[in-house]
Design a protein around this ligand. Sequence first.
Ligand SMILES: Cc1ncc(C[n+]2csc(CCOP(=O)(O)OP(=O)(O)O)c2C)c(N)n1
Ligand SMILES: [Mg+2]
Length: 888
Amino acid sequence: MHQKKTERVDLDPQETSEWLQALDQVVEEAGPDRASFLLERLAQRARNVGVELPIQHNTPYINTIPPEEETPYPGNRALERRIKSLTRWNAMAMVSRQNKFDHGIGGHIATYASIATLFEVGFNHFFHASYGDQPGDCVYFQGHASPGVYARAFLEGRLAVEHLQNFRHELRDHAGLSSYPHPWLMPDFWQFPSVSMGIAPINAIYQARFMRYLEHRGLIAKTPRKVWAFLGDGEMDEPESMGSLTLASREKLDNLIFVINCNLQRLDGPVRGNGKIIQELEAAFLGAGWNVIKVLWGTDWDELLARDKSGLLIKRMEECVDGEYQSFKAKGGAYIRKEFFGKYPETLKLVEHLSDEQVGKLRRGGHDPQKVFNAYRVAVEHKGQPTLILAKTVKGYGVAEIEARNPTHQQKELNDRSVQLFRQRFDIHLPEDVANRVEFYRPPDGSPEMSYLHERRRQLGGYMPARKVLPSRIQVPPLESFADLMVPSKAPHPSTTMAFVRLLTTLMKNPQIGKRVVPIIPDEARTFGMESLFRQFGIYASSGQLYKPHDADMFLYYKEQQDGQILEEGITEAGSMASFTAAGTAYSNYQVEMIPFFIYYSMFGFQRVGDLIWAFADARGKGFLMGGTAGRTTLAGEGLQHQDGHSLVLASAVPTCAAYDPAYAYEIAVIVQDGIRRMYQEQEDRFYYLTLYNENYPMPPMPEGVADGILKGIYKFKGAEKGKSTLQLFGSGPILNEAARAQQILAEHFGIAADVWSVTSYNELRREALRVERWNRLHPGDSPRRPYVVSALDGAQGPIIAATDYMKVVPDQVAPWLPGRMVTLGADGFGRSENREYLRKHFEVNAESIVTAALSRLARDGGFDAAKAAKAFEELGVDTEKVDPAIA
Ligand SMILES: Cc1ncc(C[n+]2csc(CCOP(=O)(O)OP(=O)(O)O)c2C)c(N)n1
Ligand SMILES: [Mg+2]
C-alpha cells in the first residue's frame, strides 16, 4: 500500500493550474465519463513509467448518485408515508404492549425505526413476490427488524390482531408470531432465518450464486429475480459477513444486492465511534470488486451542498467521526448548528435560514424515499457486479428519548409522552381511543392508503414474505438400483467412502432424479476419491473453462463447465454450508427439489459451521451431510485437529438431523435411499448426517431382513457361531470389525459365545425411546409401549459391551433403557497422529480392549474367574496402568 503524500509542495503552480483547467474543459465539453476515461489512461501510463499512485478505495463522504442523475419518485409519496407511519405505529405498539403485559419478553423498536424507509421503498416498488409463473425475489430481512415486517403483513390483512397480540407468544391458544424470521416456527411466512449475525450475508451470497447455477443448468427459467439482503452495520463485524465477498464479484452476481442499514450503532454503542463504518465498508467492498452506492444525505442536503462553494461542508462531513454523528442526532438541532455547521463560518452561514428544529430534521439518506428509490433503481439495473448500498440512518429514528442513544437497542417500552411525540413526529392519524390504548390499527378496506398498498403488491406479483411448498415430484429409485452395494464388494478393500462415491455416481446417473443431485465439496474431492466425478459430471464454472487443463489428455481431467453439476467450493466449509442451504431449500424458494450432498472432513462440520447447520434446520433444509475421514482412530496420521470423535454428539443436538454411523456399503445404501424417500417423496422436513471412513476392509453382502433395523439404529449383524451367547457386542463404523474380531477371540480363546450388533444410530434409537417413554408417561393407564432398542434386544443375554470411534457418550445415549447392562468404550480425548493400530490401543477401542472389557465385566458379575481375567489381560497385551486417554 502506498502512503498518501499530503505534504507535497507545489513546485509549479502555473503548470498545475493548466492541468486542472484542461480537466475542467474536458468535463465541460465531453462530460464526466470522458474525463474519467482520460484519468484512467493517465493513471495507467503513470504506473507504467514508475510513478507511484495512491490506491484509493474511498469516495467522498457524500451520496454516490448526484441529484442530477436521480429520477423522480414514481409513487404517491403522501400515501406511502401514511402506510409507513402506520407500520411504524403497529410495530412500536406490538413491542411496547407486549412488554407491558409480559415484562421482559423482549422485542426491538429502534432497529425497525431506522430501517423502515429501506423496507417500505422495497415493498412498494422493488420486491417481486413472483415473476409471472416463476417464484420471486429472495429477501433476507434484518432479523430483529421483524416487528416492522409483521406490522406490514397486518396492514395487508395477512395477519390478524390476535397474531400481533401474540408477538413472541407462540405457545398460546391463538398462534402468535416468532421473535425473528424462523421458517421452522412460521413455515408459511418466513423463508430465511437471519437473526444470528453473519448468517444472512453469507447465505445470501451463495443463494445468488446457486440461482445462477440452477439457471445455467437449465433447472429454472432465467428471470430478473434478485437476492436482497438487509443487514446491520454492526453485523458486518462477524467474519461470515465479509468472508465471501469476492465470490460474489468473481461470479459477477448482479442478482445480489446488499443493503446495510448504517445506523452507526450496534447493541452496546457506536459501531466505529472513532472512525466511519460507511467508509470502512465502502473500501472493503470496492476492494472486493463490488459496486458500491452510498446513500448518506437526504434531499434537503442537496441544496446546502450546491451552495457550498468553499468545499468546507464536504470537508466537515469527512472530518466528523461516527461518535460525533451519533451525538448530533442524540442532541438535536441547536447542537448540530453549533458543533457541526459552527466549525467554520462558511458552513454556519449555509444554515442561517433554517430554524434549529429544521436543522435537527435535515434527513439522512436512508430515511429519504427519493434517495433510497434511486439507489435501488441503480442497483437493480447494474450489470456485471453485485451491489452494496450503504444507507446512513438513525437508530431509534423518531422515537423521542431513545433516538441515537447508546441504550436504544434494548428499549422496549415507551411512556405516554413518547407515544404522543411519536405520533406527532410521523403524523400518525388514529382514532383517539386506539391511540390512547396503544392499539393496533388498520384503516378500513377501500381507504386510499389500503387500496394503494394492495395495488402496489398486486403489481409486484403478490405479498411478501411468503414461503410455499408444492407437492413432491420426486420418485425415489428403488433400493435395487444400488444393488452393487448389497453384494460382496468387487474391489478387495473398499472403504465406506468409496462405497458412497459409487452410490453417488449411480444416483447422479439416474434418469429421473440424477440431475437434482448437487455434490458440494470444499477442496477435498481427491481426499475422498471423488475426482472421477469431475470429468463425468463437470465442475460448475459460470464462465466455462477458459484454459486447457494440463491434464486434458488424461481420462479423469479437471473439467470445468458452465452447466457442471459439482460445486467445488474451495476451502470454505462455511461457504459450502451456505451452498448446501441454498440447494437444500430450493424446493421452497424455487419450487425445484434439489438433493444436495455436502462431503467434507467430518471434524470441520458441526464443530466449525454449527450455527449455519442450525439455521439450515430452522429453514427446513433437506439433504445429506457426509462427514468424511470420520472417526478418532480411523483417520490415521492427521492428529488432534483432524480426528473427529464428537460430531455425532453435536449432530444429536439438531432436532431435524438424523445422524448415522454406518459400517458397511449396504447400510449406506439403505439409509440414503430411505432418506430420499422421506425427505422428498414424503416431504418430511429433516436432513441426514452420515459418517464416512477411509479404512479399507471387505464389504459383506446385506443380510436378509435388516433394512428396518439399519434405519431404526440397530440390528444383529453376526450371531454367535457356537453355543448360546452370554454376551452382546455393539459396534459402529469400522469399530464393528473390532467387535467381530473380539467375538472371535472370545470364542476361540475363552470359550465365550457372543453376538455382534451393528448400531447404525444411537441418536435415532434414543430419540425413538424418548418418544415412547413420553407416551408411556402421559398414558399411565394404558399398557406401556416398548422402545425399539428394547424389543430389538429381546432374548439377547448377558452384558453389553459397546465400542465406538466416537465419544463414549454416543452409546451412552441408550443406557437408560438397558439398565445396568452396558459398558461403553469410546474415543474420548485428543487425537494423535499415529496409525490405527496404536490409536485403537491408546483409546481402548480395539478388539483386545473389547475382550478385556467383556472379561472384566463377566468377572465382576461372577461369570468369569477374576484371576483368569487378569492373566488374559497379560496375554492380550493390555497395560492396566496406562494413562487414561480421555485426559491424555
Ligand atoms: C451471532 C450473534 N451474536 C450476537 C447477537 C446479539 N445481537 C442481536 S442484535 C445485535 C446488535 C446488532 O447491531 P447491528 O447489526 O448494527 O443492527 P442494528 O440493530 O443496529 O440495526 C446483537 C449483538 C446475535 N443476534 N447474533
Ligand atoms: Mg447498527
